[in-house]
Design a protein around this ligand. Structure first.
Ligand code: ATP
Length: 382
């Protein structure tokens, strides 16, 4: 299993924080229109060499269109796309140092695995010996040495996915573009393959740009994620920043589960105090979000950061809510408690099931208290 995010080298991998670093892929004020529909709306973004970058967002938000402009299948209506500092506008796909792996894999059904992998190299008229060596190297890379002679229909979905990957990598592109690469795999295989992809990207020292609408996938594989909506970049940050410091309710809600409590600011930073009549509590948050007394804001807190107890806390007026359990989702590793507050709102709290569940300490219709600390949630203004 890869430990990409844990290794000391990887931990320091943050070229985007270095003002002197030059991006490998750069979008400059890119707008893409189809007729009078704007699919990509003024995107500026730099992606760095050796980065694993994910474009994440709901269907139709413009992810694939953005990627296709790197591949050369589309060009911006206005703005520019640069690779290693050079504009690639108008350059055909085969002249760009990038390769795109499609969701459908598009393997040639009548060709063996090795022929599929060799195809691009043969088109480029590489010497026979070099092609054979490259194919062998790729087969080894994706652990399919013993499948070289098989045809695609004699392979499992996961194996087909690896052939497609090997074929995309065979020409050693500088950038690999992956459009929903794991969409056809079942959950378990998908998770395994995510780690394999990370290993591969690290081993090869390549730049990977992935398009996905699966937030867990983006969180697992990517160094940074761009969350998109309606053709715009909403937030570009590391997975933990996106999860712990989302900039809006849209991002907080799109990545993971979240409770949003609306209220009015009573006092501002460094401790923002929010009064929420709807929830029936005062909320105190350590936050440097710029807000003024009287502003309407949203307190966002993840379910796993809320403690649930049958006992009232020492102080009940601050960061504490009481209500009745009306639903419990048992997911094996965790249980999700749905608590209805006295005012009618619902709050979700997640509890890790550290012991085998024999007797539930909290059950349906129990009265409970929900509490959290000052650092558990964030203040959002939009
Ligand atoms: P998905 O996850 O469903 O693939 P996406 O975020 O990748 O979605 P895109 O494929 O980039 O979305 O499409 C963005 C928008 O642009 C969509 O509304 C789509 O219908 C539109 N669009 C894409 N290509 C064209 C085209 N060639 N002509 C007209 N509209 C297009």
């Amino acid at each position: 299993m890869s430990t990409k995010t844990l290794g000391p080298v990887r931990r320091k991998f943050q070229p985007w924080t270095d003002p002197t670093a030059k991006p490998l892929i750069e979008f400059r004020n890119v707008i893409k229109r189809f007729g009078d529909f704007t699919a990509v709306n003024d995107v500026s973004l730099g992606i760095y060499e050796r980065e694993f970058f994910a474009l994440l967002g709901p269907s139709g938000c413009g992810k694939t269109t953005l990627m296709r402009m790197v591949a050369g299948f589309d060009d911006p209506t206005t703005g520019d796309v640069l690779l290693a500092g050079q504009s690639v506008k108008g350059l055909p796909p085969y002249s760009r140092p990038v390769n795109m792996m499609f969701q459908s894999y598009a393997l040639f059904p009548h060709m063996s695995v090795e022929k599929n992998i060799a195809f691009g190299l043969e088109m480029d008229r590489l010497p026979k010996g070099e092609i054979a060596a490259r194919v062998e190297e790729m087969l080894k890379l994706v652990k399919l040495e013993s499948f070289a002679k098989r045809k695609p229909h004699q392979l499992s979905g996961g194996q087909r996915q690896r052939v497609a990957l090997a074929r995309s990598l065979a020409k050693k592109p500088k950038v690999l573009l992956l459009d929903e690469p794991l969409g056809a795999l079942d959950r378990k295989l998908r998770e395994e393959t995510q780690f394999e992809l990370m290993d591969l990207q690290m081993t090869l020292g390549m730049t990977f740009l992935i398009v996905t609408h699966d937030q867990e996938e983006a969180m697992t594989v990517a160094d940074r994620i761009a969350v998109m909506d309606h053709g715009k970049l909403i937030q570009v940050a590391t997975p933990s920043e996106i999860y712990e410091q989302p900039i809006s309710r849209y991002v907080a809600d799109f990545i993971g589960d979240v409770n949003i409590i609306e209220g009015r600011v009573e006092s501002a930073a460094p401790v923002v105090t929010i009064v929420s009549e709807a929830a029936g509590t005062r909320v105190e948050v350590n936050s440097d979000t710029a807000v003024n007394a009287g502003d309407t804001v949203y307190f966002a807190i993840r379910p796993e950061k809320i403690a649930i107890s049958p006992d009232a806390p020492a102080e009940t007026g601050i960061n504490a809510l009481s209500g009745t359990v009306f639903d419990i989702g048992y997911l094996g590793d965790v249980s999700v408690f749905h608590v209805r507050l006295d005012g009618g709102r619902t709050i979700r709290a997640t509890v890790a099931n550290r012991h085998r569940l024999i007797d539930r300490p909290i059950s349906w219709d129990d009265r409970v208290w929900l509490t959290w600390g000052r650092d558990s949630g964030v203040v959002l203004t939009r």
